[in-house]
Design a protein around this ligand. Structure first.
Ligand code: TYM
Length: 335
């Protein structure tokens, strides 16, 4: 198949500020990906409603525009790719309902992300959080996606999407393309700085765990300096995610950002200290983040330009979504 015809879908939730984890596993690849594939980049604002706090509503529009400006600052080009906000293409919600009716309770209850979330959430759990993976499936299947680009934490949701699509097709004929998973292994799960056994997450209450893309240099330095390593004597800078999760995480961040293999870095750091490693991690993170921020602030100032991009993206996405939803309606005997 002509590479350009291969459709890649990816999305990020605009809940708060994006992190170095989002950047390393997905965002940093998107510029290059546009040369190879037909890309659809979504801002998944409906997903962000699952952790709804009243005060978030005032920030939501800002977060959506920030996210778009970050996409652009990372090299996403609206002339090459479709960029749109999920809530402005209503077909996502319609297909979501239909897919809910083709997803089993037992499948959703098995989702690791849901199980982790309900374990930590103190307030009442809304059913949106439970149904979240079927909305993801709707996002993906609505565009007859060939490849879904995500970090490792989303792998299970993509497997579920494939199962739902296969089930739907076996009942009603070939309606959906079965999407493949696209994960770039290196950096596909960046861990939190103070607790490197859990994923770095933008919603983490302890901000010391997270490096945000819009954070200032001083703050980043402080966080990296405080990141957890280990107490090996003499210090040993080697990759071992079980026994040395903190060092492994820092090595992985560095490897992804400087383009050197983990093995090369291990050689480079022989007889060096943990603070040497942290210094190099800081410099590479700071270099990437300051480049992004420079462009971000230019794009972010021009709200009209950002809104125009959304409008154009929504038109393009809607056309595809309408056509595919029609096909689904027809298969179900709906008008
Ligand atoms: P979200 O917003 O949590 O994360 C966006 C993308 O970044 C990846 N990611 C990470 N990768 C490595 N290390 C980390 N610490 C880290 N944190 C996040 C995620 O795997 C994801 O690829 N539900 C999705 C958004 C979404 C979506 C979709 C994605 C909605 N619909 C359809 C793909 C296809 C989410 O909340 O991602």
């Amino acid at each position: 198949m002509n590479k350009k015809k291969i459709k890649v879908f990816s999305a990020i939730q605009p809940s708060g500020s994006l992190t170095i984890g989002n950047y390393i596993s997905v965002l940093r690849h998107w510029k290059k990906m546009q040369k190879k594939y037909q890309c659809i980049f979504c801002i998944a604002d409906l997903h962000s409603l699952t952790s709804l706090h009243k005060e978030d509503n005032f920030l939501r529009k800002k977060s959506i525009l920030d996210t778009l400006a970050i996409y652009l600052a990372c090299g996403v080009n609206p002339k090459k790719s479709i960029i749109f906000v999920q809530s402005s293409v209503h077909e996502h919600s319609s297909l979501n309902w239909i897919l809910n009716c083709h997803t089993y309770y037992n499948e959703l209850i098995r989702m690791t992300q849901f199980k982790n979330k309900i374990f930590h959430v103190t307030e009442k759990i809304n059913t949106g959080l439970f149904n979240y993976p079927t909305l993801m499936a709707a996002d993906i299947l609505l565009y007859q996606t060939d490849k879904v680009h995500v970090g490792r934490d989303q792998k299970q949701h993509i497997e579920l999407t494939r199962n739902i699509a296969t089930r739907f097709n076996s009942r009603y004929g070939k309606i959906f393309k079965i999407p493949e998973l696209l994960i770039y292994n290196l950096g596909s799960k960046i861990m939190s700085l103070m607790d490197p056994r859990k994923k770095m997450s933008k919603s983490d209450l302890n901000k010391k765990n997270v490096i945000f893309l819009l954070e200032n240099s001083k703050e980043i330095l402080k966080k990296i300096k405080c990141s957890i390593t280990d107490s090996d004597v003499p210090p040993k800078i080697s990759f071992d995610s079980i026994y040395k999760p903190g060092i492994s995480n820092l090595l992985e961040i560095l490897s992804a950002l400087v383009g050197k293999s983990i093995h090369e870095l291990e050689q480079h750091f022989i007889k060096k200290s943990y603070s040497d490693l942290k210094k190099e991690v800081y410099h590479s993170v700071d270099m990437h983040i300051s480049k992004i921020q420079k462009k971000f602030f230019i794009y972010r100032k021009d709200k009209d330009f950002l809104k125009k991009i959304f409008l154009q993206g929504t038109n393009k996405a809607s056309k595809i979504a309408k056509k595919n939803l029609k096909k689904v309606y027809k298969s179900l005997g709906l008008f």
